[in-house]
Design a protein around this ligand. Structure first.
Ligand code: NAD
Length: 351
């Protein structure tokens, strides 16, 4: 094997797509999936590649520095693609400290381990931190986040990710660690845990349950198909300039209510329901505190400098996503049993 790459959070939503892409595209790399398997981590996401000769899974909680150091000593990685995180804004509002532990302390533990292992011998080494556009705060009705936009996080989730981004820069400035950051907009696609908007709506339409839409539904997000995010990470990891950051997005803004209506339309068509059936399930619920009105990414740097562009339109990606959930009802049933029910009731049935 020519290189060993750690992909942290590889059992999660985006991480599983990055692992699959790297394992299949780079058979000469050894890909080590570093994951604690929290409620969001699921090795079923990788069952198609788990027997590949260049794939290894290592259960590690990144909050624990001894576990992190042991994994670095065992595998001696040349590169790290860091996705492991607590990722759900609503959970960060009820349990902010979990986000500090994993997103901040976990990231610093990985940085320390990389610094210790590489000992200033940096040629061929790279620490790629995967972050979010939510670090930039909220936009009004116009404008875009660029790589120069000042950080202004509003939720405990975005504050923890902003903090981790700052540590990444600090290790570059202080120790010259070869880092790179990507800040991406909202992802959607297969393997997405059904606490997030799109899979939650698909799950509830399948089960004829209300479709909870926050506030007046006017919140606007830029959506990117997860496979295109994985392609962007591959592109930046291999071609990006050390020390730089790259915004990743689909130039594809949707107000939540319009997105839910498009999804209802596609679901009705695919399920053979009369038009308008799923729309009747839409229910407006109490707003999330500190809810940011609009996020929108200017992704011209990654497009112009590295030639990356999304491969599917939103309508195509959404259709592929719905097809995947309809073909994988077992996966959906499995992840929505147990703790999920309690989370769901607390979130949507408590008032
Ligand atoms: P996810 O919640 O689906 O997966 C997170 C993974 O990290 C899970 O496999 C989980 O088991 C693992 N993990 C959590 N805590 C851990 C710990 N202490 N030690 C080791 N592993 C741990 O998240 P996701 O949506 O796939 O997001 C992945 C990354 O991409 C995150 O860093 C997130 O901030 C970032 N991101 C997500 C989006 C999005 O729309 N989902 C957009 C931009 C950036």
């Amino acid at each position: 094997m020519s290189k060993t790459i750690f992909i942290t959070g590889g059992a999660g939503f985006i991480g599983s797509h990055v692992v699959r892409l790297f394992v299949t595209k780079y058979p000469h790399y050894r890909i080590v999936n570093i994951d604690a398997l929290t409620y969001a981590g699921n090795l079923e996401n990788l069952k198609d590649i788990q027997a590949a000769p260049n794939y290894v899974f290592e259960k590690v909680n990144i909050v624990n520095p001894e576990e992190v150091t042991a994994a670095f000593n065992k595998y001696q990685p040349d590169g790290i693609i860091h996705l492991a995180a607590e990722s759900h804004v609503d959970r960060s509002i009820t349990s902010p400290l979990d986000f500090v532990y994993t997103n901040v302390i976990g990231t610093v533990n990985l940085l320390n381990a990389a610094k210790e292992l590489w000992k200033d011998q940096y040629p061929g080494k790279r620490f790629h931190h995967v972050s979010t556009d939510e670090v930039y705060g909220a936009l009004g009705t116009t404008g875009f986040f660029t790589e120069e936009t000042k950080y202004d996080p509003h939720s405990p989730y975005s504050a923890s990710k902003a903090s981790s981004d700052h540590f990444i820069h600090a290790y570059a400035d202080t120790y010259e660690l070869p880092v790179i950051i990507t800040n991406c907009s909202n992802n959607y696609g297969p393997n997405h845990f059904p606490e997030k908007l799109i899979p939650l709506m698909i799950h509830n339409i399948i089960h004829n349950k209300p479709l909870p839409v926050y506030g007046d539904g006017k919140y606007t997000r830029d959506w990117l198909y997860v496979v295109d995010h994985a392609r962007a990470i591959d592109c930046v990891f291999h071609e990006g300039k050390t020390g730089e950051k790259y915004n990743v997005g689909g130039l594809n803004e949707w107000q939540n209510i319009d997105l839910v209506k498009l999804l209802c339309k596609q679901m009705d068509e695919k399920l053979g329901h009369p038009a308008g059936t799923s729309d009747k399930l839409i229910t407006f619920v109490k707003d999330r505190p500190g809810h940011d009105l609009r996020y929108a990414i200017d992704a011209s740097k990654i497009k112009n400098e590295l030639g990356w562009t999304p491969s599917v339109t939103f309508e195509q990606g959404l259709s592929l996503t719905i097809d995947w959930y309809l073909a994988n009802k077992e996966w959906l049933d499995h992840v929505t049993t147990g703790d999920y029910q309690q989370y769901y009731n607390n979130q949507y049935n408590s008032s």
